[in-house]
Design a binder for this molecule. Sequence first.
Ligand code: HEC
Length: 123
Amino acid sequence: MIKADNFKLPTTSLFLISLSVISVLNLLGFNVIYSPCLAQSNVNDPSTAKNLTITCTGCHGTEGLSNAPLWPNLAGQKKEYLAKQLLAFKNNERKDPLMNPIASSLSDSDIELIATYFSNLKP
Ligand code: HEC
């Protein structure tokens, strides 16, 4: 379930690259889905934070500990720092071809929930 119109993408190729990354991860069994589908879920649902982070786990690891050298660990990172980085990716102040499209679909409350979730995981 991909809603391409929810993404502000610099170029079509970046979109295709991130789509292929997601597809490959899905094939590998990571079950990655784009967050816009989840971003609209009910904020009162206690599983919302975990649902929001399903997209992230493909790269940052199921417990926020990544296996790839260039994909940072998020587990146990300071909440304020995580929120600041997500906002910076969202606003294109920090640039990364993978993170910018992902963060662009997150609301302020999503960012708050996600930052809290990862900061509470064991580093
Ligand atoms: C397709 C892979 C991929 C996915 C999916 C992904 N990320 Fe990332 N993320 C990255 C990469 C690569 C970086 C490092 C960017 C850089 O080098 O600046 C990063 C960086 C970050 C950082 C900054 C960490 C730091 O130490 O500065 C945060 C926070 C983050 N991601 C959160 C998330 C969240 C939350 C999600 C899910 C909504 C997510 N990421 C999904 C690849 C991904």
